[in-house]
Design a protein around this ligand. Structure first.
Ligand code: TYM
Length: 334
């Protein structure tokens, strides 16, 4: 199939630290699955990550490391469009326009804004508030059909749809209305230490999350010290958040469903179960880690792909941006 006939898939990730197993199972794994059948755009969302003011050298290094990780996943930079957001100026341009079509009230209702403004109370900047509108611009610029994300991003997709519908209502059809793609298992991987919370790379307790580049023995240790419960029975049920989480991780890595997992560990304790989960995670991540180690040492190749990806993305984004600017009434050269 030619790209024009394929549905468009888009998703980004922030370079705020090494991605976790949550990012991998909630997002990356689906990106990889979709990359063969769809016209995919994947990017490092570096513009989003300056709401917390990283050091310049950290931002640059992490952005390139994350870019290398995207390639290491096996995403093909020729067939797909893989880029770094700030290298495509249209994102910032459309974001400003869409901010003027977003109500203060609806942006205030974003739970991630509320959480993050509590967590970073010393730096509640306007960028943090406008963040979902930049995300809407990312998605709408490319007339995206599907957005593979974890459950925590669902609300941002809803506001994207609302903004697009509002704009289309005023100016006529301008943006395609995107659909979220949220996997059944893995969309909400929890902290290993506080399984009511999502697994997050910014957690102060390093035992709470697995980084996808963690050494094998570190992964095994973290899984072994994961919080479970006193029932000592592997079953998926309400009130067993820790075990449910490990079962979800195991299910994503092995393709087995919950009943199969319950049967496999029937009569066996959590020790055996945790061992199996740890080994499954280690095996799942092994090829990615090997490929990443190779790519991160080839900066020239990474930059070549990043520049080509940004040029491809910018050409496409420019078509939507131009159309939008014309509809609004901006003076254009031709
Ligand atoms: P970010 O960088 O926080 O996370 C990247 C992706 O990983 C998913 N994810 C999880 N999935 C399951 N369990 C978890 N514990 C977990 N933690 C994170 C996220 O849902 C996400 O899909 N705003 C976005 C980045 C972004 C974006 C976009 C995404 C910017 N522009 C356009 C889609 C489309 C974010 O901060 O994701």
């Amino acid at each position: 199939m030619e790209n024009q006939e394929k549905k468009t898939v888009l998703s980004f990730i922030q370079p705020t630290g090494t991605p976790t197993l949550g990012n991998y199972l909630g997002a990356f794994k689906n990106w990889k699955k979709m990359s063969g059948d769809y016209d995919c755009l994947f990017a490092v969302a570096d513009l989003h990550s300056i709401t917390v003011r990283p050091k310049p050298e950290d931002l640059r290094r992490r952005s390139l490391e994350l870019y290398a990780l995207l390639l290491a996943l096996g995403l093909d930079c020729e067939k797909n469009t893989i880029f770094i957001q700030s290298m495509v100026p249209e994102h910032g341009q459309l974001a400003w326009i869409l901010e003027c079509y977003t109500q203060f009230g609806e942006a205030s209702r974003m739970t991630q804004f509320k959480d993050k403004s509590e967590k970073h109370s010393d730096n509640v900047n306007v960028g943090l508030f406008a963040y979902p509108v930049l995300m809407a611009a990312d998605i709408l610029l490319y007339q995206t059909d599907y957005v593979p994300i974890g459950a925590d991003q669902k609300q941002h997709l809803e506001i994207t749809r609302d903004i697009a519908e509002r704009f289309n209502g005023i100016y006529g059809n301008s943006f395609k209305i995107p659909e979220p793609f949220i996997g059944e298992v893995g969309a909400n991987i929890k902290s290993l230490q506080e399984p009511a919370k999502k697994m997050s790379k910014s957690d102060a307790n390093a035992k709470a999350f697995i980084s996808i580049l963690d050494d094998d023995n570190v992964i095994m240790k973290k899984i072994k010290s994961a919080i479970t419960d006193s029932e000592a029975k592997v079953r998926y049920a309400e009130g067993k958040d820790g075990v449910n989480n490990l079962m979800s991780i195991y299910s994503c890595c092995t393709g087995k469903n919950m009943q199969e997992i319950e049967r496999e560990f029937d009569g066996r304790g959590y020790g055996d179960f945790k061992n199996a989960v740890g080994e499954a995670v280690v095996e799942e991540l092994r090829p990615l880690k090997q490929e990443y180690t190779r790519l991160i040492n080839d900066k020239a190749y990474l930059m070549e792909c990043a520049v080509a990806g940004a040029e491809k993305a910018s050409r496409r984004a420019g078509v939507t941006l131009k159309k939008v600017m014309k509809k609004i009434g901006f003076v254009q050269a031709k």
